[in-house]
Design a protein around this ligand. Structure first.
Ligand code: SF4
Ligand code: SF4
Length: 77
């Protein structure tokens, strides 16, 4: 099963990932991160298809996807 990890403190609350997800399983929380933004979260992980669109869309590279034994991380740790 694909796994989506959102690093909440990298998020700037732009909601682009929420709009990009074809499964509509991302949403914004009502909590704020260290930058003072509402951040994105996955609320229905089992429905993720591992398409990586959310990670590709994120301008702040806050999302990592694990799918089919591959980790898609678009930033340096
Ligand atoms: S990998 Fe695809 S299906 Fe999974 S949360 Fe991201 S955009 Fe949605
Ligand atoms: S696209 Fe990135 S910065 Fe924008 S809400 Fe999603 S995780 Fe946060």
């Amino acid at each position: 099963m694909p796994r989506v990890i959102i690093e909440k403190d990298r998020c700037k609350g732009c909601e682009l990932c929420v709009r990009a997800c074809p499964q509509q399983i991302l949403r914004m929380t009502r909590e704020i991160n260290v930058k003072g933004y509402f951040f994105a979260e996955v609320f229905d992980q089992p429905r993720c298809i591992g398409c990586t669109l959310c990670a590709l869309t994120c301008p702040d590279m806050a999302i990592t996807i694990g799918a089919n034994s591959v980790v898609y991380r678009f930033f340096e740790v």
